[in-house]
Design a protein around this ligand. Structure first.
Ligand code: AHG
Ligand code: MN
Ligand code: MN
Ligand code: MN
Length: 338
């Protein structure tokens, strides 16, 4: 019987053969993966574990926090604070950055996460997930304490990114800048097993994902593209399109990595939507890195997402990502409009 490759083995091989990861990043990713296992376990217990429902508090994004948003955030902080691989952390659920307590050694990396993505799906038993991104801490060697500005690096500076999706199976999808791989959680063994090697996104698609209830607020280029999708075979795109919208970015992106498609949460004309909805540091950047590594593309309409210089930790951005040809088409419509 062929031996299965676990996450640990994959990372050791990356470190040895391709020097794609340092020992610290390897430890970091393994720690995040272990935390995701714990989050997945809590998710799986649902009502039996008393983890469903809201807490009545609001996060800095102005969203009501679910119990699982906060619990997942705590699991990730606790798992990662003591290992000595991090300089600081940042999260969708925390107003400012989390410094590594003084009792622990500090490392040279920054970890950012969306601890629980798809909060509106928690209580209805639909797939949710965790998204994470790893950056280098600038000036690490100087011994200076990290501050919020150190996190404001363009997505192309990411060292690694990944997500866990808690669905019918728990999966971990990862890039360290050498392609994209997927691991499935073997629940009996408690290990992440490589099941999806070299994930690539087909260039063309006939499936789109967007929240159609926002249509009246969209910018003209987005409306044009979706109108053309809806026109089907007799329209300018010459084929019939299908639509999916799970409302958990992890699950929607996971589908695109599995069979192609385009995902859009564009900026729109609502006061709350002008900058987009999704957060660049915790959602757009890690997902764009993964999608590009899988051969796809990611843009905010006019700019490659990974090139955007963020100005604030919780900054939002319009997101169009997935199959390359479709993303480029949407980008072209924006350019023609400008
Ligand atoms: P989060 O649960 O981390 O706040 O993120 C929710 C995001 C994303 O997962 C999803 O694509 C989008 O919000 C869904 O938004 P709508 O409810 O507006 O469709
Ligand atoms: Mn949220
Ligand atoms: Mn999210
Ligand atoms: Mn979230």
């Amino acid at each position: 019987m062929k031996r299965k490759t676990t996450l640990t083995q994959y990372l050791v091989e990356q470190q040895r053969k391709k020097q794609a990861v340092s020992a610290e990043v390897r430890l970091l990713i393994e720690t995040v993966a272990r935390a995701c296992k714990a989050i997945g376990h809590a998710v799986g217990k649902g009502a039996l574990g008393g983890v469903l429902g809201s807490l009545g508090t609001e996060n800095v994004q102005g969203e009501v926090q679910k119990k699982l948003d906060v619990l997942s955030n705590e699991i990730l902080l606790e798992a990662n604070e003591w290992g000595g691989h991090l300089a600081a952390m940042a999260s969708e659920e925390m107003e400012t950055i989390y410094h590594i307590p003084n009792r622990y050694p500090k490392g040279e990396y920054l970890l950012l996460f969306d601890p629980l993505d798809g909060s509106s799906n928690i209580d209805v038993n639909v797939s949710i997930g965790t998204i994470f991104s790893v950056l280098r801490a600038p000036h690490h060697a100087s011994g200076r304490d990290v501050d919020e500005k150190d996190f404001l690096q363009a997505g192309k500076e990411q060292v690694a990114a990944g997500y866990a999706v808690y669905g019918p199976q728990s999966m971990l999808v990862l890039t360290v800048g050498a392609g994209v791989v997927g691991f499935t959680l073997d629940r009996e063994m408690g290990s992440w097993v490589l099941t999806h090697d070299n994930i690539t996104i087909p260039e063309q698609t006939s499936e789109f994902a967007i929240n159609m209830s926002n249509m009246r607020h969209w910018e003209a280029p987005v409306r044009r593209y979706i109108d053309e999708c809806l026109a089907g075979k007799s329209g300018p795109l010459g084929k019939d399109y299908n639509m999916r919208w799970i409302a958990s970015m992890v699950a929607d992106v996971h589908r695109i990595l599995s069979r192609g498609g385009i995902f859009m949460y564009p900026r729109d004309a609502r006061p709350s939507g002008r900058a987009g909805k999704l957060r660049i540091m915790y959602e757009a950047n890690p997902m764009s890195f993964i999608v590009e590594q899988a051969g796809g593309a990611a843009t905010d309409g006019s700019r490659r997402i990974l090139d955007i210089q963020p100005e604030a930790l919780h900054q939002r951005v319009g997101v169009v990502l997935g199959s390359r040809a479709e993303v480029e088409r949407v980008q072209r419509y924006h350019a023609e409009q400008a």
